[in-house]
Write a protein that binds this ligand. Sequence first.
Ligand code: BG6
Length: 478
Amino acid sequence: IPVDPFDLVIFGGTGDLARRKILPGLFRRFCAGQMEEDSRIIGAARSDMDSEEYRHFVREAITEFDPKTKGECAHLDEFLTRLHYVTIDALGETGWAELAELTRSDKVRAFYFSVAPRLFGPLAERLHLHGMADGESRIVVEKPFGRDLESARALNKVLAEHFEENQIYRIDHYLGKETVQNLMAIRFGNMLFEPLWNSQYVDHIQITVAESVGVGGRGGYYDRAGAMRDMMQNHMMQLLCLIAMEPPAKFNPDAVRDEKLKVIRALDPVREEDIVRGQYEGTEDLLGYRREAENPESTTESFVALKAHVSNWRWANTPFYLRTGKRLRERASEIAIVFKDAPHSIFDEDAGRHRNILTIKLQPNEGIELGVTIKEPGPGGMRLIDVPLDMSFAEALGPEEADFPDAYERLIMDVIRGNQTLFMRGDEVEEAWAWTDPIIAQWEDDAVPPIRYATGSSGPDDALMLMHRDGRRWREIK
Ligand code: BG6
């Protein structure tokens, strides 16, 4: 279904995110017929180039970064005609009058701030000064949204000077992932799970986002952030919220975000002994973290594992174990809901004890698996084994249907549709920092370096201990 005609201005239109995600994503939506004829994309950046040169730049980006069509979709030339470019100075006057002229229309107007956060304020202000911040405009803001509570508050404040909350779309691309949305469908679209979704039946929850890549060329940014700021405060926190939240009365932006906010507010402070930070070492072929980040003394963590408690009626005494890191064995992200043992076993000891585990797999292969216990086939008596009731989306739906749009594609279209459900509200981001800040402050006070872990491992052994201590174990990263 095509979305309303729009003008989308990408500040930072020549940057890495624009090349890798935003422009290839828009191209795929174009190929899918979602862009009406008079919709336009306007790249805006400091580089001095004209629209023709920008089209050439975008052609190369799409050819390189669109994994599905590699730019070979017959429509590429047509798509490129929708592109324009304005040389702009975020801190000066260059280009603003031209941009205002170009976007003067009654179409949906969206401004994507794919730039360093220090430019958010100046951009918002110039949009206002040049008459582009009216009620019909939307702004899209990338992470990192601040580096602590104070800076996030300052950003919210500066944006609020010129835009209403319902015009501000704070991106967390994890919310645009297909399975993440499916999490809500599973919880609230089935009778089967929700009655069991509480501490009476759930023993614990594990959330793993493991990456096999290192920090690569992003060392400069990453070394000032670390896994806690880069992944935990946003992506992991959002996953936790969707698992833990109460059913919203409706699937609408504020109903969903109100419930997520309550979860963050119910989080206990994390105890020092319940958190492990790590930093990867190099191998013969791969640089270690410090060399990659070009900081030989760096104490920034590339791995973090922690135990969190949501202190409310539903989740009292059900721990949430979260871990994320780079240069781990595999790229594998999943959420596992581990149910309790049956209260009484009617089988003898030999049968073994088993647990149901509901696994929501985010990547690389999206799907949902429910581990159920059955009798081991054969004449050997009543022995129990676990088998998966496996719902691989690709198998269940066929490859066509399971060819999900990338998170960015979906989210940008939601901006045009004016749907904020999958975007973070200002208060949510602030609360998430309020929970994260004391953890980071503690590290900074103690000046304890992270534990080194081997590239290709599952992180520091201490992270394993975090669960062993409680008589539990992480699921294998595979
Ligand atoms: C980004 C982080 O937000 O998410 C990166 O800044 C991380 O460090 C990336 O690699 C992971 O995203 P995905 O979609 O590849 O899991």
